[in-house]
Design a protein. Sequence first.
Length: 87
Amino acid sequence: MACKHEDLKATVGVTRIENKGRFMAEISIVCMQCGVPMQFMGLEPGLNYDGATVSLDGLEARIGIHPRGERPNPLQKLAGYSIRNHN
Ligand SMILES: [Zn+2]
């Protein structure tokens, strides 16, 4: 009988890129009943500190993160807010 994947476990790791002062959240999700990992949809493979990407096998989503206040949030972007001197 096929697993309906009713018990999914998400794991989030955070990577700090030492010499760049950047951070990434790395997300993976696996079914606890059958062990099959979930594949992320709609993300480009690769690495982008300012966006979301996926590993080549599609099983790990990587999302650039920042401490609050160091970049405009989506609402501030809509309002035309900008921060100077960002690296
Ligand atoms: Zn399953």
